[in-house]
Design a protein around this ligand. Structure first.
Ligand code: DGY
Length: 327
């Protein structure tokens, strides 16, 4: 009997082509993800799960899948929706897709930075609304990027790729992370500083940390107050790193000038979310890695991880490598 794989949403064809010869592949057909109780039901008896960041994958779901479940392969680099400790306890490796989406996500962080600095989305709304009557010397004034200070919080692959792009704009680059990265900082001429200094001195603050208990609501009321007046916050990492209520107050009181978010808390934002009423915010629906090439590569990488796990081999990209220490 062929093993059974459940894929929680449609993914680019490349990954599915790799999976089909290996197993019986069932793909959730709807545009919206299966609700948790439905997912729990659908995973029963499967051998492998290919999931998205919108799926809650916890110990209960793993137990519902049963003892045949050999691998969980996430179609994303971030795995904060998966209880990796519960997977490790059960001897299940969890795959993810690091590296392939670095440049694509860094590009979007820059697209957002520039859109916020130069009020692009606001200008677009103004033109479409038929409000453009004449050229104005004091209309839509924004922030200069060239020569400004960029503060990067989290200096992993994506944070560094954002820094590389900043060099072309002659920016001063500050970064803050759990530990110092001397070689990477030399390469992009970045300066390692404490979070307070970064917030105080940066014109643009871009978030690139993982979501963990340490980083949840890292950008809270107190930290917004430390930011430079007129500064801009960019988040392409995870929504809950920013306390939305505190962000709303910072934007509406003018503590900071602008925000540009690809990720929010919750996702999607509710239609009555106060952030939606503000002009000084640019919002995207979590599209950091959304290029044709990258999403196709992510599907291939997720399939590679899944096939390795199905065949009892070490996953090429494993988010819980400790699982291999348990004999
Ligand atoms: C990730 O991979 O974690 C992104 O958020 C989606 O590509």
């Amino acid at each position: 009997m062929k093993p059974r794989i459940f894929v929680t949403r449609r993914i680019p064809e490349k990954g599915l082509e790799m999976l089909r010869p290996q197993a019986e592949v069932e793909v959730w057909p709807d545009a919206l993800p299966p609700d948790y109780p439905v997912l729990v039901e659908r995973v029963q008896g499967i051998d492998a799960l290919l999931c998205m960041l919108t799926d809650r994958i916890d110990g209960n779901l793993m137990d519902a899948a049963g003892s045949r479940l050999k691998v969980i392969s996430q179609f994303a680099v971030g795995v904060d929706n998966i209880d990796t400790a519960a997977a490790t306890e059960r001897g299940i490796p969890v795959g993810n897709t690091p590296g392939v989406l670095t440049d694509t996500t860094a590009d979007l962080a820059w697209a957002l930075l520039m859109a916020a600095a130069r009020r692009v989305a606001e200008s677009d709304r103004f033109v479409r609304a038929g409000k453009w009557k004449t050229w104005a010397s004091i209309g839509f004034l924004g922030q200069d990027i060239a020569g400004a200070t960029l503060g990067i919080v989290g200096f992993g692959r994506i944070g560094r790729a954002v820094a590389e792009r900043a060099r072309g704009f002659g920016m001063r680059i500050l970064y803050h992370s759990r530990r110092r990265h001397p070689e990477a900082e030399r390469k992009v001429n970045a300066e390692f500083v404490g979070l307070d200094t970064l917030l105080r001195e940066s014109d643009f603050v871009s978030l690139h940390t993982n979501l963990s208990e340490d980083t949840r609501h890292l950008m809270n009321e107190a930290n917004f107050k430390k930011m430079k007046p007129g500064s801009v916050l960019i988040n392409t990492a995870r929504g809950p790193i920013v306390d939305s209520g505190a962000l709303y107050r910072a934007l509406s009181s003018g503590t900071i000038a602008y925000a540009a978010l690809d990720v929010t808390e919750p996702e999607p934002l509710r239609p009555d979310d106060p952030l939606l009423a503000l002009d000084n915010i640019v919002l995207c629906p979590h599209i950091g890695s959304a290029s044709h090439k990258t999403r196709s590569r992510m599907s291939a990488m997720a399939a590679e991880n899944l096939i390795a796990g199905l065949n009892g081999k070490r996953l090429p990209h494993c988010a819980n490598p400790q699982v291999y220490d348990i004999s």
